[in-house]
Design a protein around this ligand. Structure first.
Ligand code: HEC
Ligand code: HEC
Length: 339
């Protein structure tokens, strides 16, 4: 009987504890109610409508928290780096000299990382970054003077979890929209291209250079996986999506990168094998290597012997790629460090 009473008291106090906690977490934090403000992402007129999962609606508070987490080394177990240590805003959120991938318009992507290791939502990509890549220790956030309140304001729970950190980061990523390059303004009829840029544009978006099948209008990426023929023998990182699937049809397949701000880079492709845009264009012109998994687009009729571009054609193509630089995005104060 005594045992039973103790058990009962324990159960009752547990009930009280959980209901108190519930009240604190779900309705208010130090008296302030949970009342997030919807954030409406401005989708440029010439962009498609993105799909945002209902389970992670974008809010002002969520984006604010995501931005802080992106720039805060606290997310790293030893506080030694933040996302921004490799993803620099002034270079489109990448490191221009190596294979760090830029963060631009990923609101449209369902495949992430060079070899497409993650397929799913931005939330899935952020779960990987927080849990697997950083192995974040979220207990550090619990003792922080501000984060429990910021997590509460964003998600209605003052307990910082890796799941909510990933959701907040995904919300911040959805605001990283680049749509103000000269190329974008041209698509919106707000500017004209020089003659060389226009010739490059026409080659890019016709069968002549045939870039648009994968680097599609207006996002400059289809966010799908392709083997573009960089190799015919596959080793190490060059196996591409095969590393995830074990399917020989995926050998050499990589996620098409956006070409926004690409002219700021000096290392191209998943393994940095090219250091100038001229080299990249020459690869597409004359360097495509054959293998069973090569994308059929690369050897379409008329392309069997390469693109046959003249020196002037190649010059114009590079001039056009230079129009992809978006200085508004690179300097957008809403995406910069909040610290
Ligand atoms: C030490 C440098 C470094 C740090 C720090 C870093 N990244 Fe990256 N990031 C990379 C590299 C390198 C790649 C490409 C890796 C690959 O595909 O194999 C990448 C790729 C990505 C991608 C894939 C983009 C795409 O287009 O598919 C995302 C998303 C990403 N990082 C998010 C983050 C987030 C969020 C953080 C912070 C939690 C972070 N990164 C911290 C180096 C870094
Ligand atoms: C069949 C799809 C496809 C076609 C066609 C295509 N690309 Fe690509 N592009 C990709 C993929 C996939 C990558 C990444 C490959 C890798 O890293 O292994 C890429 C990479 C690039 C890069 C390097 C970007 C970076 O951040 O490193 C540039 C520049 C580029 N392409 C420009 C072009 C141009 C110019 C054309 C037309 C001449 C073109 N592409 C045609 C799919 C394509």
């Amino acid at each position: 009987m005594v045992k039973k009473i103790i058990f009962l008291t324990a159960a009752v106090s547990l009930l009280i504890v959980t209901s108190c906690k519930k009240e604190k977490d779900d309705t208010n934090f130090n008296g302030a109610p949970y009342n997030p403000t919807p954030y409406s992402i401005t989708i440029p007129a010439h962009f498609p409508q993105p799909i945002i999962p209902a389970s992670n609606a974008t809010t002002v508070e969520g984006v604010k928290l995501g931005r802080m987490l992106y720039y805060d080394p606290l997310l790293h177990p030893t506080n030694s780096m933040s996302c921004s240590s490799c993803h620099f805003q002034e270079f489109g959120f990448c490191t221009p000299t190596n294979e760090v991938m830029p963060h631009v318009n990923l609101i449209y992507s369902n495949n992430f990382l060079w070899n497409g290791m993650i397929s799913g939502t931005l939330e899935d990509a952020m779960r990987f970054e927080v849990n697997d890549f950083f192995q974040a220790d979220m207990s550090k956030f619990q003792n922080h003077p501000d984060y429990p309140r910021l997590f509460f304001e964003a998600f209605g729970s003052s307990t910082p979890t890796a799941e909510n950190a990933a959701k907040a980061l995904a919300q911040f990523f959805r605001t990283m929209i680049s749509s103000d390059s000269k190329f974008d303004k041209f698509l919106r009829h707000q500017t004209v291209l020089t003659m060389e840029e226009a010739i490059g544009f026409n080659m890019f978006f016709t069968e002549k250079a045939d870039c648009f099948h994968c680097h599609s209008i207006p996002l400059t990426s289809d966010y799908q996986l392709h083997n573009i023929g960089l190799d015919s023998v596959f080793n190490g990182v060059n196996v591409g999506h095969y590393a995830n699937s074990g399917n020989p049809a995926d050998l050499g397949k990589f996620r098409t990168p956006s070409l926004k701000n690409v002219a700021l880079q000096s290392a191209f492709m998943h393994d940095n094998r090219f250091s100038t845009l001229e080299e990249v264009v020459e690869f597409y012109n004359s360097g495509v290597k054959h293998s069973p998994s090569l994308d059929p687009i690369m050897t379409k009729p008329g392309k069997e012997n390469g693109l046959g571009l003249t020196a002037y054609d190649k010059y114009c193509l590079v001039q056009f790629l230079n129009t992809m630089t978006d200085t508004v995005f690179l300097n957008n104060p809403a995406l910069s460090s909040p610290f």
